[in-house]
Ligand binder design. Structure first.
Ligand SMILES: N[C@@H](CCC(=O)N[C@@H](CS)C(=O)NCC(=O)O)C(=O)O
Length: 312
């Protein structure tokens, strides 16, 4: 029997929207667990041991951090329809990485200018806006953020480039959506859905609107509401998947079995500590024992994450 798939997310998160659409595209049934938008997140940390970003994919006692790795896992679970085209896979991955970083940050800086924040929080008490702003400021400490006017210039240019890449095709790289479409869609979805007062930059580009409508039509598949306690119980009830047969790419001079931390390179750099149990070419797997979740394996992509030894 296949293990239940949990997605830990909240409705307004752009990267979560990418994950929801990817699940929908693969036609996989999933359990939906809403998590807080800001710290503290004790139930998330029971699973990850430190990583606090959104979303997480959980399959039994395996926790997949970052949508780049979630895409790989979903492709492994369900090969068709594919995220990674046989022809032009490198181009699709490179475009996706640009969209998840440069396009995403331009979209966020543009959409969270004061008019956007006011719209996002119009139905919430003022404390909600204050705690969100303080949480994100702390997460971003050490990184440079775009000023709204510069973000507007970058965003307009990027949207024009997407229109150019689309040409007359239905999707960015041809007749079918690929990973580049899922990555390019979610930052723009954020503007369109969360801050419609600022969505003129999208509406004035009909090619983009038509593509967004096609992406939205993929939907989120079949999901059932669950909760974080049920997810933690599921982790405790299962054993992580066996990783012993995986190839080992040792770029850090660290043997398997070493005590390590893995942390995002920027924005939310809380480390996860554990034992390095696998390091194939694309990702790292850390084993950790949690008082609530039991033995879990936490998986991170290599790109965008720093692996460090724990010195005793
Ligand atoms: N590279 C990560 C980025 C995830 C990310 O930055 N998510 C945002 C929400 S869209 C986040 O974590 N915000 C803070 C939070 O939710 O605690 C991914 O692909 O999953």
């Amino acid at each position: 029997m296949s293990l239940p798939i949990f997605l830990h997310h909240y409705p307004g998160s752009p990267f979560a929207e990418k994950a929801r659409l990817m699940l929908g595209y693969k036609g996989l049934a999933w359990q939906s667990v809403f998590i807080p938008m800001v710290m503290p997140k004790p139930d998330v940390l029971a699973l990850t041991g430190g990583y606090r970003k959104t979303p997480l994919l959980q399959i039994g006692a395996d926790i997949y951090c970052d949508t780049a790795l979630i895409a790989e896992k979903l492709e492994q679970l369900q090969a068709a329809p594919a995220f990674f085209p046989a022809q032009g896979e490198g181009l699709a991955r490179t475009l996706a990485q640009w969209a998840d970083s440069a396009l995403f940050w331009a979209a966020v800086a543009y959409s969270t200018q004061p008019a956007g924040m006011a719209q996002m929080f119009e139905k919430a008490p003022p404390e909600a806006l204050q705690s969100f702003a303080a949480d994100r400021k702390a997460m971003a400490s050490g990184s440079t953020s775009l000023r709204p006017s510069d973000a507007t210039s970058a965003y307009r240019t990027y949207l024009d480039r997407l229109v150019d890449v689309l040409g007359s095709a239905p999707y960015l790289l041809g007749d079918r959506p690929c990973i580049a479409d899922f990555s390019a869609y979610h930052p723009i979805w954020f503007t369109r859905k969360q801050t419609p007062a600022l969505a003129g930059v999208i509406e004035e580009r009909p090619t983009l609107v038509a593509w967004m409508d096609r992406m939205a039509a993929i939907g989120h598949g079949q999901s059932q509401r669950s909760n974080s306690q049920a997810a933690i119980d599921a982790a405790r009830a299962h054993t992580p998947a066996d990783v012993r047969g995986l190839p080992f790419q040792n770029d850090h001079g660290l043997a398997l079995g070493s005590r390590v931390t893995v942390a995002a390179e920027s924005f939310g750099t809380e480390p996860t500590e554990g034992t390095l149990v696998a390091a194939p070419p694309g990702h790292y797997t850390l084993a950790r024992d949690d008082a609530r979740a039991g033995r879990v394996h936490v998986h991170f992509p290599r790109i965008g994450y720093a692996l460090r030894p724990v010195r005793s």
